[in-house]
Design a protein around this ligand. Structure first.
Ligand code: UD1
Ligand code: CA
Length: 503
């Protein structure tokens, strides 16, 4: 898995003793039955992005404060960050209270702690590292990350004194008109000495517009007491943008996608249309790969060097080999080998594994299907629960009949087989190496290597049927015309064919 931002080099990487993620808030403005921090963008949840950004800080302890929708959040954490410790804030009494609850869960913690809102998905490892470095360099006990933004509406303002030193963080609802004009805002990211933070949080009041214990109120008393504090601006103001409703979620998603695509293009990937191409932060794409318009790459997808993906293709948790082409395709949990051709209009489902140089063509669906090197399934087929050898060709309109209504069964086709068009392979069944099957066959028993299997009713032509049973139709007229032409003497180039006569 790669992260959107590279981690700083290990020898210079700053570290913290603990990371505390505040994720207990209700997220009322999302108007959702899903807890806010579980909403997703770019392949991770909001809280997942925050945890990924903090990961290179190598904190020995990661605490996530949960509350609203705690069961769902805890379950998610068990999946994405199993070493993180969820701590329950029973009542959402404010961000300061949440941080205090977190620290109470790790009473022996000493040293620096990074406290971060769980709803800032654009935070980068680089920005966090710079914050911790600045905190350490200043000998600060409390350092807040800030950003200069065009529109500070709704955010806490950073109040500095005449010398530029931070004095207080004032929430918008509690700010004077003069303070509201300030465009430097609180990112909701703080580094503090654990002991100092514990002490100051225990004394927080609730005399503000929301009647909550604000984490932001930790700064002013420290300044007043003469403790060393700092406020550090982020290089990129986008880093600090939170996410409080679905309009903001869409905007963050767009920004994140732009960052991911910029990174890919700088590393040698052609993105034909960045506006319609969506790539998760967790995806990797090799050099000289081309992403056509309407391409969506999700989850653990990895695209190899020189591959060509799209247009109009969605790949989730799918590996694409070097130089492969994948056109108008939907794939989930598939492996596409080097030089493979897929599509247009293919659906690759989990367990699909296409060997080098294989082809899965138009209107083909595959599931749990191993396809050997150079084998082809060019047209209109369903291949489920199958193993196909190398160099084999599957005829058009073939169905691997894998389901008997109760259980799934497997079909095995050997190397260099040639199966006819419109076959049914009624599993379990095996077709040997080098075997052929006739078009239209329903294969219900094994075919030995090198055999030709014919499993269809013999053809019977009922001569004159149309003239007798459909007289007066255009078909009958056409047949009569053809018969009278045939009566005229001429060379017949075709051999004799079997003709039945009905009684
Ligand atoms: C907060 C900051 C604001 C800052 C902004 C940046 C406070 C008081 N204000 O405002 O200065 O500019 O973030 O985005 O902190 N939470 C809990 N338990 C609670 C309350 C909140 O865990 O009882 C968590 C939330 O889940 C969220 C974070 O704390 O992740 C911040 O809370 P939120 O309500 O989003 O604060 P903002 O109004 O965005
Ligand atoms: Ca917020």
């Amino acid at each position: 898995m790669t992260h959107a931002q590279p981690a700083p080099a290990p020898d210079t990487a700053p570290t913290v003793a603990a990371v505390v993620v505040l994720a207990a808030g209700q997220g009322t403005r999302m108007r959702s039955s899903t807890p806010k921090v579980l909403h997703t963008l770019g392949g991770r949840s909001l809280v997942g992005h925050v945890l990924a950004a903090a990961e290179p800080l190598a904190a020995g302890t990661t605490v996530v404060v949960v509350g609203s929708g705690r069961e769902q959040v805890e379950q998610h954490l068990a999946e994405v960050a199993p070493t993180a410790l969820p701590v329950v804030q029973e009542e959402q009494l404010g961000s300061g209270h949440a941080a205090a609850v977190a620290l109470a869960a790790v009473p022996d913690l000493e040293g620096s702690v990074l406290v971060v809102n769980g709803d800032s998905p654009l935070l980068t490892s680089r920005t966090l590292a710079a914050l911790v470095t600045a905190h350490d360099a200043a000998g600060s006990v409390f350092t807040v990350l800030t950003a200069e933004v065009a529109d500070p509406t709704g955010l806490g303002r950073i109040v500095r004194d005449g010398s530029g030193a931070p004095r207080a963080i004032v929430e918008e609802r509690d700010a004077t008109d003069e303070q509201r004009a300030i465009r430097e805002v609180n990112a909701g990211v703080y580094v503090a000495n654990a002991g100092t933070l514990r002490r100051v949080l225990s004394g927080l009041a609730t005399d503000n517009a929301q009647g909550e214990q604000y984490l932001t109120d930790a700064l002013a008393p420290l300044v007043a007491g003469g403790a060393p504090t700092a406020a550090v601006r982020a290089d990129d103001p986008d880093d600090v943008l939170g996410c409080n409703d679905r309009v903001e979620l869409a905007a963050r998603r767009r920004t994140l996608n732009d960052r991911v695509l910029d990174g890919l293009m700088r590393s040698g990937v052609t993105v034909v249309d960045p506006l319609t191409t969506w790539v998760d932060a967790t995806v990797t794409v090799g050099r000289d790969a081309v992403l056509e318009p309407g391409t969506h790459l999700r989850g653990g997808t990895a695209v190899g060097d020189g591959a060509h993906v799209g247009p109009d293709t969605s790949l989730t948790d799918t590996q694409v080999g070097e130089r492969a082409t994948v056109v108008r395709t939907h794939a989930v949990g598939a492996r596409i080998g080097d030089d493979v051709q897929v599509g247009p209009f293919a659906y690759l489902r989990p367990g699909t594994d296409l060997g080098a140089g294989a082809k899965v063509g138009t209107f083909v669906e595959t599931k749990n299907a191993q396809v050997g090197e150079g084998s082809k399934i060019p047209h209109l087929s369903y291949v489920g629960d199958a193993t196909i050898g190398r160099g084999t060709n599957i005829g058009a309109a073939t169905v691997f009949v894998n389901y008997d209504g109760v259980a799934k069964h497997h079909t095995t086709i050997g190397d260099h087989a040639r199966t006819g068009a419109d076959n049914m392979f009624v599993a379990p069944v095996t077709v040997g190496d080098g075997a052929y099957t006739a078009a239209g066959s329903v294969i219900t028993s094994d075919v030995p290597p090198g055999a030709m299997a014919v499993a269809r009713a013999p053809q019977r032509n009922v001569a004159g049927w149309v003239r007798r049973r459909r007289s007066g139709t255009p078909a009958a007229e056409a047949a009569a015309a053809a018969e009278s032409r045939a009566e005229a003497p001429r060379e017949d180039p075709s051999g004799p064919s079997r003709v039945d006569h009905d009684s």
